[in-house]
Design a binder for this molecule. Structure first.
Ligand code: GLN
Length: 259
């Protein structure tokens, strides 16, 4: 009798544990760390992300903050090299990558992208008075082009078709370092996204942006391919925050429309 009781009790215990595990699995956090949204960025890309004293601010930081709030999560921003963001999202080190990141077919093989929240343009910065007056001159000549490592500017420029080819590309880990190299004559032009380009040109004398844009692109957040729950939650939040005017107001704050 005792034995039977014992068996019933232990069977019950096993069932309870299985139940606990199942409910535990159901409540599994959709983010890497419970209650947190960990965003990887490269905080040298104004006005999308940059340091204001020791705080990372900018369009991406504010949109991420609004999304985290909507999802009931606490935002944590980690400043890393741009070209380590996708790998970190793939290995679940970070929940999202948000860094003025362009949606490309190749990146789509590695990560999922959210809905687009901004447009970017690859611009060409040259010294004032440069003989490079348009993109064709840049591509046709024997010029050295500075880029930020792993960015679309790097990818397109390094390609011989459409770009200038590897031999003429000089890679820097930060966009600003490429611009400094341009100021000191180490490269002849810099290809970089137009909004950071404007900030860099404003901060460094003697530089100008060519009127002809190189490529137009779309920015989105990247998310681990297996985490469709987070992707859907973020897309829903993005939609609501666009419709209620939050995102347009954040963009307007950092990139005031003229007039
Ligand atoms: N938009 C570019 C890219 O995705 C550059 C982004 C960046 O430098 N933060 O490659």
């Amino acid at each position: 009798m005792k034995n039977i009781l014992r068996r019933i009790v232990s069977a019950g215990l096993v069932l309870c544990m299985a139940g606990a595990l199942a409910s535990c699995a159901k409540k599994k956090s959709m983010t890497v760390q419970k209650d947190k949204l960990i965003m990887a960025t490269n905080a040298y890309f104004p006005p999308y992300e940059y340091y204001d004293n020791s705080k990372i601010v900018g369009i991406d930081a504010e949109i991420a903050e609004a999304i985290a709030k909507k999802l009931g999560l606490e935002l944590e921003i980690q400043d890393v090299e741009f070209d380590s963001i996708i790998a970190g999202v793939q290995s679940n080190k970070y929940d999202i990558g948000m860094a003025g990141m362009t949606v490309t077919d190749e990146r789509k093989l590695a990560v999922n992208f959210s809905t687009t929240y901004a447009t970017g343009i690859q611009a060409v910065i040259v010294p004032e008075g440069s003989e490079i007056t348009d993109v064709d001159t840049l591509l046709g000549g024997d010029y050295k082009v500075g880029v930020q490592q792993g960015t679309t500017g790097d990818i397109y420029m390094s390609d011989v078709s459409g770009g200038v080819g590897e031999d003429r590309v000089v890679r820097f880990s930060k966009g600003n370092d490429a611009v400094l190299a341009l100021s000191t004559g180490k490269v002849d032009a810099v290809v970089i996204d137009n909004e950071p380009a404007k900030s860099f040109v404003a901060a460094n004398e003697g530089l100008t942006i060519l009127e002809t844009a190189y490529v137009e692109e779309e920015y989105a957040m990247c998310i681990n391919k297996n985490n469709t729950e987070l992707l859907e939650a973020i897309n829903k939040a993005l939609k609501e925050l666009t419709e209620d005017g939050t995102i347009p107001a954040i963009i307007e704050k950092y990139i005031p429309s003229k007039g």
